[in-house]
Design a protein around this ligand. Structure first.
Ligand code: CKP
Ligand code: MG
Length: 314
């Protein structure tokens, strides 16, 4: 059985290396992006076993996504194909290093057709950790059902559920629905990893310590609020505190930082280090990701991460 299983949509990503609006960009690079596979790849590079479940279109892009993820050492036995819909794609518009827009072409994509019967039940329930994000339930009704089914399987088996709200307003019909569904998932999760704005949106509390408290609806839950450059605030039944961010000399592409952070935290949880140390690892992986073009290319290997932490060089 695997350390971590995750499920979600991964798309082909077209990004321009020019700092220009897509209206004027002339060349595009073909890469991939998807929060859940970013995490699975991150974990694989850090030496853990991870599996990614999804549905791809029976098209060249589907095969490209599949091969890329499998090539990173992620288990893809839970991937299925459909002829009913294409693999989703999206475009990344980089106006400056920290001003990035994304444009999705994923409505009614192959992954949006995922439903509970597609899920390999014992594959999910046997993994130590289930990682999910708030993107998947925004894709379709059936994807929302699939997420709740997966959570149910993991909980029945006594596994740990890690939830990154990853709120994508472009995908949700309305904000109220997003708030309601994402809070419902948060209540079921053991570890919740919101960004500071997401925590405020979900709870109505702008103070992140209060928001983190409000997200803890039952004993034993851990909340880690990502504070961007400032680092992260963590709180559990045992401890609370801030782990300062790692200043980065040259931010090239911020997309994927949250997923790198999640991979780092989960890696720490698997290694049974303290929560503080797990959050430090999350910050470090996030710092790597933003220094490289692409959503997942910058994730370090275990060796790179260790020498970065040891060198104290930031
Ligand atoms: O929160 P992050 O910047 O780490 O998430 C980035 C990913 O799945 C990206 O790879 C993209 O494909 C997505 O989030 C998304 O659907 O927006
Ligand atoms: Mg995120």
């Amino acid at each position: 059985s695997l350390d971590v299983v995750t499920l979600g949509e991964t798309m082909v990503l077209f990004g321009s290396s020019d700092h220009a609006s897509l209206e004027y960009a002339n060349t595009m690079q073909k890469q991939i992006g998807g929060a859940e596979s970013n995490v699975a790849i991150g974990l694989a590079r850090l030496g853990h076993s991870s599996g990614w479940i999804s549905k791809l279109g029976d098209d060249p892009f589907g095969k490209y996504v599949h091969k890329f993820i499998r090539g990173e050492g992620v288990d893809t036995r839970g991937v299925t194909y459909t002829k009913q819909a294409p693999t989703g794609i999206f475009f990344k518009e980089k106006l400056s290093a920290d001003h990035v827009n994304v444009y999705y072409y994923r409505h009614q994509s192959a992954a949006s057709l995922m439903e509970p019967v597609d899920l390999p039940d014992s594959y999910i329930s046997s993994a130590k950790i289930l990682h999910i994000t708030g993107i998947t339930p925004a894709l379709s009704e059936s994807c929302q059902d699939a997420i709740f089914h997966a959570i149910h399987l993991a909980k029945e088996a006594g596994r740990t559920v890690v939830f990154d709200p990853n709120i994508r307003y472009k995908l949700w019909g309305n904000k109220e629905e997003a708030k309601q569904v994402l809070n419902q998932i948060a209540e079921l999760a053991d570890i919740i990893l919101p960004g500071v704005d997401e925590a405020a949106f979900l709870t109505g509390e702008t103070d992140y310590e209060k928001a983190a408290e409000a997200l803890k609806t039952h004993k034993g839950q851990t909340v880690v609020v990502k504070l961007g450059e400032e680092g992260a605030y963590y709180t559990s039944a045992e401890s609370s505190g801030i782990v300062p961010g790692i200043p980065v000399k040259n931010v090239v592409d911020p997309v994927g930082a949250g997923d790198g952070f999640a991979a780092g935290v989960i890696s720490g949880v698997l290694d049974e280090v303290s929560l503080e140390e797990a959050v430090e690892r999350g910050n470090a992986v996030g710092a790597f990701v933003v220094q490289m073009n692409g959503d997942v290319e910058g994730v370090p290997t275990r060796v790179q991460l260790q020498s970065f932490i040891d060198s104290g060089e930031r």
